[in-house]
Ligand binder design. Structure first.
Ligand SMILES: *[C@@H]1O[C@H](CO)[C@@H](O)[C@H](O)[C@H]1NC(C)=O
Length: 141
């Protein structure tokens, strides 16, 4: 980019200076001509400096934009990586949960059996208390 703008500028300056030179050769006889020529050269030189600055600024803008684009695309790649990782982790988690399912089912069954056993124990307790009461009643006779 910088090389291109410098080249354009050199072509521009040489074209301008050539034109000025031709004028000098054609009208060298007039005394006031060198002054105009000098003024022209000066003007073109200043213009060239100004244009060089403009082109360099534009160049920098493009470089900045390019760098920002690169950074943004890097960020997107990183985010894509994270998304892929999250998706993989979720899949793993689902797998693990699925492999745990039989054990969870067994735990549920055991819980149900323990509850049933508890109910049976309560009934047995109540029954034994009634039996005891009956026994005491028989003893008193
Ligand atoms: C994604 O996971 C891989 C392997 O587990 C790890 O090396 C990498 O650093 C992770 N990437 C991000 C962005 O977390």
């Amino acid at each position: 980019c910088a090389d291109w703008s410098t080249l354009m500028l050199q072509i521009f300056i040489s074209l301008m200076l050539d034109d000025a030179g031709v004028e000098t050769a054609e009208e060298a006889t007039e005394p006031s001509e060198p002054d105009v020529n000098e003024l022209c050269k000066d003007m073109f030189t200043k213009m060239a400096v100004y244009l060089q600055g403009e082109l360099t600024a534009t160049c920098e803008d493009y470089k900045l934009l390019e760098n920002m684009n690169k950074l943004t695309s890097l960020k997107y790649l990183e985010m894509k990586d994270i998304a892929v990782n999250i998706s993989r982790n979720l899949k793993d988690l689902n797998h693990e949960y699925a492999s745990l399912q039989p054990y969870l089912d067994q735990i549920n069954q055991i819980e149900e059996r323990v509850a049933a056993l508890e109910q049976a124990a309560y009934r047995l307790d109540a029954y034994s208390k009634r039996l005891e009461a009956k026994f005491k009643k028989l003893e008193k006779r």
